[in-house]
Ligand binder design. Structure first.
Ligand code: SAM
Length: 423
């Protein structure tokens, strides 16, 4: 049974919110002002998840989506929102997070936008059916794979490979098997990781090498599962990515900032905040996006992460660039063993770039340290706000928070926040 509602606002996941008899309905792909016939599909928290049955009248901020898959593919949530309303909503995500923990929303700078085609990493779901390999993104809140013919978010060099990958991988993929294909655009071409939970014989490896040749891939690797160690099948060119003036070869499907222009923005914001000649600790350093970009101007950088292959890539790149004396790497789990005040005594500037779960233990330790400057790069405003409250409690004053739209048309927003210890 459907009911007619008017959408009042947008929630944190980008869903339209309508209130009926005091209960909230969360409606994907709705905009404020929409008058809709909707059907409730189940409980969601305190409210209901509802689906649009018919659009009776459009709200003023509705815009045509850029992609033909929008509405079925779960990758994007907000293509249907006009640009000014979209930016205002992302800006509010940042100011709300800051205000929620007692920081002054006036320190939030205007959102730095990104453009379609900037995304250099995509991870596709794959399943072999009778007709061939289905390769695409999962539908929202579902394991159904939406076969993708275009993706305006991704770099064109990635999207253009999809038909060739489908054709080339189909004969190698056992019937019914599910897996993933991760694509990364490096400076030397595309690096592909095929995650296939089935053994590959010599003939399959030869076919994969031929596929890499046909598609002009830089490297193609395979792994038996998402947590298995990838094994390169063929490396036609070294898949390098440049950080500052240093070329790094990231591990297959290793972490890189999602967008190339977005990364430049993040590095610029971090670099601007770090004093020349600083003694830097880059925590959650990955394969060195910030460590290597800063290596030329910092006195020294201590890069810490729990990912061994990423740190190996960083250390190798630093050594080859003659920076081994300035960049030291350390493998460590910072949730279990955060760097304590004594260990941070020889660092004046700390960069934090944790995963979505944030860095609660490390932020608490930093609050007790004497670090003069903390630059916090966050992909989750909620955990950022929690950790920022720890830093503020330790005398580190939030100076500026800059939201960066690294995840175009998704509900996610990246923040770069600069904290300084008051004298
Ligand atoms: C958002 S990425 C940032 C990487 C890097 N700063 C960059 O810009 O490329 C988060 C990093 O945190 C690391 N990580 C996740 N949990 C960790 C933990 N408990 N201790 C140390 N590192 C962790 C991951 O390996 C990953 O490299």
């Amino acid at each position: 049974m459907s009911e007619v509602v008017t959408v009042a606002g947008l929630g944190v996941a980008g869903d339209g919110i309508a209130v009926v008899a005091g209960e909230r309905l969360f409606i994907p792909y709705a905009v404020p002002g929409d008058r809709l016939a909707v059907r409730r599909e189940g409980r969601r928290g305190e409210g209901w998840r509802a689906r649009i049955v018919e659009r009776l009248a459009d709200g003023p901020d509705r815009a045509p989506p850029s992609c033909r898959h929008f509405g079925t593919c779960g990758g994007c949530a907000l293509q249907h929102l006009a640009e000014p309303a979209y930016r205002a909503w992302k800006q509010r995500r940042a100011t709300d997070a800051v205000a929620r923990h007692g920081l002054d929303p006036a320190i939030v700078a205007p959102l730095v936008p990104t453009v379609p085609g900037d995304r250099r990493r995509i991870r596709l779901a794959a399943r072999r059916i009778a007709a061939g390999l289905v390769l695409g993104f999962n539908a929202a809140e579902s394991h159904r794979i939406i076969e993708i013919a275009e993706c305006p978010v991704a770099a064109p060099a990635l999207a253009v490979l999809l038909p060739g990958l489908r054709r080339g991988l189909t004969p190698l993929w056992p019937a019914g098997a599910e897996g993933e294909v991760a694509l990364t655009l490096t400076d030397a071409g595309v690096d592909v990781l095929v995650i296939l939970p089935a053994p590959l014989d010599a003939a399959a490896r030869t076919a994969l090498a031929a596929l890499a040749e046909a598609l002009d891939l830089a490297r193609l690797s395979v792994a038996r599962g998402p947590a298995a160690t990838p094994e390169p099948v063929v490396e036609r060119r070294s898949p390098t990515v440049r950080f500052g003036t240093v070329d790094v070869v990231p591990p297959p499907a290793g972490f890189l900032q999602a967008g190339r222009a977005a990364e430049r923005t993040l590095v610029g914001l971090v670099t601007d905040a770090v004093p020349a000649d600083a003694r830097v600790a880059d925590l959650f350093a990955g394969c060195g996006t910030f460590s290597l970009a800063l290596a030329g101007r910092a006195r020294r950088v201590r890069a810490v992460d729990r990912d061994g292959p990423a740190l190996d890539a960083l250390a190798t790149a630093a050594r080859r660039a003659g920076l081994a004396g300035r960049v030291a790497v350390e493998r460590r789990d910072l949730d279990r063993r955060p760097l304590g005040p004594a260990e941070l005594a020889d660092c004046d500037t700390v960069i934090l770039d944790p995963p979505r779960a944030g860095a609660a233990a490390q932020a608490e330790a930093l609050a007790r340290s004497r670090a003069a400057c903390v630059v916090y790069v966050s992909c989750n405003p909620a955990t950022f706000a929690r950790d920022a409250a720890h830093l503020a409690g330790g005398g580190l004053r939030a100076e500026r928070v800059t939201p960066v739209d690294q995840f175009l048309w998704s509900p996610h927003v990246e923040l770069v926040a600069v904290f300084r210890r008051s004298a």
